[in-house]
Design a protein around this ligand. Structure first.
Ligand code: ADE
Length: 226
């Protein structure tokens, strides 16, 4: 079964609107929706915000469902000035940017990295090409902060020059999927450009649009999956 995870209600609702035969269930306080997307059985989960919520709920998801592939959808904040709101970002890898044991371990203690599934990543690229939507492929920075503060952005980009966007769950999801050897990919749409001023206001304006775009591309990805 294909599993899809989104952190916020707006992100979940955007995908629910595209699903058929939806059946809602709560397990250990986590909301799941089983249903059909593009003629395939899927389970959608609301993870809640942050890496802790994401890791907890992803573990429950994998313990309750027979998951073959996992897609994390939703919004993210762009970290590059050449990015535009609503652009898609596809994970090649994910770094937990706020993981830091460098005081003990030196440079190797900065960030915790996870690699996304190569074929899911390629399929996302193909789907973005087909749909003619602008997209970026590379590193996604995951941490327990809404990234807005210029000092935080400078420090984050100093440590992870290649980070394309910031979000708050993929690091937890990627860690759990890696542990249980479940192929995963992160497919997010930019709700705000964190390196521009007032991105928290931009987020409010674009969260619904970006959620819809990420869900729409997820539908195309699921169509393309074998
Ligand atoms: N999700 C959407 N925008 C974000 C941002 N700027 N920082 C972290 N998570 C986000």
């Amino acid at each position: 079964m294909i599993a899809i995870i989104a952190a916020m209600r707006a992100e979940v609702d955007a995908l629910l609107a595209l699903m058929k035969n939806v059946h809602e269930q709560t397990k250990d306080g986590i909301l799941f929706w089983e249903g059909i997307l593009a003629d395939k059985s899927v389970v959608l989960m609301l993870s809640g915000v942050g890496k802790g919520n994401a890791a907890l709920s992803t573990t429950l998801l994998l313990k309750n469902y027979d998951v073959s592939q996992l897609v994390n959808i939703g919004t993210a904040g762009g970290l590059k000035s050449n990015e535009e709101v609503l652009d898609l970002v596809i994970s090649a890898c994910i770094v937990q940017h706020d993981f830091d044991t460098s005081a003990l371990d030196g440079e190797s203690g900065i960030g915790l990295h996870f690699v996304a599934d190569a074929s899911l990543k390629s399929l996302c690229e193909k789907v973005c090409e087909q749909q003619q939507v602008p997209y970026h492929v590379g590193m996604i920075a995951s941490g327990d902060q809404f990234v807005s503060d210029p000092m935080l952005i400078t420090s984050l980009l100093n440590k992870f020059q290649n980070a394309l966007c910031a979000e708050m769950e993929a690091g937890g999801i990627a860690q759990v999927c890696t542990h249980f050897q479940i192929p995963f990919v992160v497919l997010r749409s930019l709700s705000d450009i964190a390196v521009k001023d007032d991105n928290h206001l931009e987020f409010m304006t674009y969260v619904q649009y970006a959620s819809k775009r990420s869900a729409a591309l997820c539908l195309e990805l699921v169509k393309a999956l074998r």
